[in-house]
Design a protein around this ligand. Structure first.
Ligand SMILES: Nc1ncnc2c1ncn2[C@@H]1O[C@H](COP(=O)(O)OP(=O)(O)OP(=O)(O)O)[C@@H](O)[C@H]1O
Length: 340
């Protein structure tokens, strides 16, 4: 059950990386990895974030968790601005925000037992030790569908899906209110992906935490999310309730993404792919609307003016000068006041 209260509020987040070259490693350019992103995640809600590789999804994830320092913008968790908190002040908030990474092998220390991996955050935060810790770890193993007698095994003794369950148990150990999932099933076999996604859904029902769920696969995002944000070249171009986004995509890029999703039923009409060419480089992103170089509805103003997210329906926002759903020019009122 979701709650309208925002747990996470991200406002105008920008993250630029320096590009260095030459023997002196001088700055020769800037990667606009995230370029002014605003969104919120409600209590108990899953916000899916989709977009092609390199559009800045992981950078958003890492910025939210303060694993990278944002260039500008703000991140509020439970009403507290955590953007500039120092290490000590950040500590209690670190407990509330956990991450599950894409590669369950790379993110597990091969020299630690699965039990020690899951119990480590409890020791680091001084929350449990000895027998109490063992019991808590056993309970976490059960919650993620692992047997407590597997606690003494090492990561290589588990399958890919089981390793991701260990990562999920570790993320659960501190009782977080937000779990950021950065492509958590992309490295798994398709047959295992659904099991892990269903586990994440069950855990959310039980504990009521929120997910920021990042993936490039729309089908995966569709399964788990309540709302979906679509990213393109460091920006959010559309945010809506899942059913609304899939039934009524308004941004030409979202339409293109949906048109490329395979259709299971051969009798169903497949949309023609609506997108050509490659994503431009984030080192020199296009002026105006970043999508204008690939957009079939491009107008002159798209090349110079940057559209911002604006209301396009109930809890539906689009950053586009055109109502592309009808092909009719219907300028959406530019407003920065409304947020998802
Ligand atoms: N530490 C870094 N230094 C320089 N550029 C970086 C750094 N980290 C990311 N980038 C660049 O920032 C852009 C966004 O990267 P990011 O990993 O956030 O995208 P993504 O959507 O998560 O892609 P993927 O799904 O491939 O991980 C990319 O062009 C990437 O090369």
């Amino acid at each position: 059950m979701t709650d309208a209260r925002p747990l996470l509020e991200v406002t105008d987040l920008v993250k630029h990386y320096a590009v260095r070259g030459g023997i002196l490693r001088r700055r020769v350019g800037t990667v606009h990895a995230v370029d002014g992103v605003s969104f919120s995640v409600g209590v108990g809600e899953t916000l899916g974030m989709v977009g092609e590789s390199g559009c800045g999804k992981s950078t958003v994830a890492r910025s939210v968790l303060r694993l990278v320092e944002p260039t500008s913008g703000s991140i509020r968790l439970n009403g507290v601005d955590v953007t500039h908190l120092g290490k000590a002040d950040m500590r209690p908030h670190r407990r509330s925000m956990q991450i599950v990474f894409q590669d369950p092998f790379a993110s597990l220390n091969p020299r630690m037992t699965a039990g020690d991996i899951v119990g480590e955050p409890l020791s680091v935060h001084g929350l449990a030790s000895g027998r109490q810790k063992q019991e808590r770890v056993a309970e976490l193993f059960q919650q993620v569908g692992l047997r407590p007698d597997q606690m003494n095994n090492y990561p290589h003794q588990f399958s890919g899906g089981q390793r991701q369950r260990i990562c999920i148990a570790r993320a659960l150990s501190l009782g977080p209110s937000l779990i950021v999932c950065d492509e958590p099933v992309s490295a798994l076999d398709v047959s295992i992906q659904a099991q892990v996604i269903n586990l994440l859904i069950d855990l959310q029902r039980k504990h009521g935490f929120s997910y920021l769920f990042i993936a490039h696969d729309l089908a995966v995002v569709a399964h788990i999310s309540h709302r979906v944000a679509v990213m393109y070249l460091g920006r959010i171009v559309e945010v809506a309730e899942k059913s609304e986004l899939f039934a009524n995509p308004r941004h030409p890029y979202t339409q293109a993404l949906l048109s490329s999703v395979p259709v299971a039923d051969p009798k169903m009409k497949r949309l023609k792919p609506l997108i050509d060419g490659d994503v431009p480089s984030p080192i020199n992103p296009p002026s105006g609307c970043a999508f204008h170089t690939r957009c079939r509805y491009v107008m002159d103003r798209c090349k110079v003016e940057r559209p911002v997210l604006a209301e396009a329906g109930t809890r539906h926002q689009v950053a586009c000068f055109l109502n592309a759903g009808t092909g009719r020019e219907a300028e959406i009122a530019l407003s920065t006041s409304s947020r998802p």
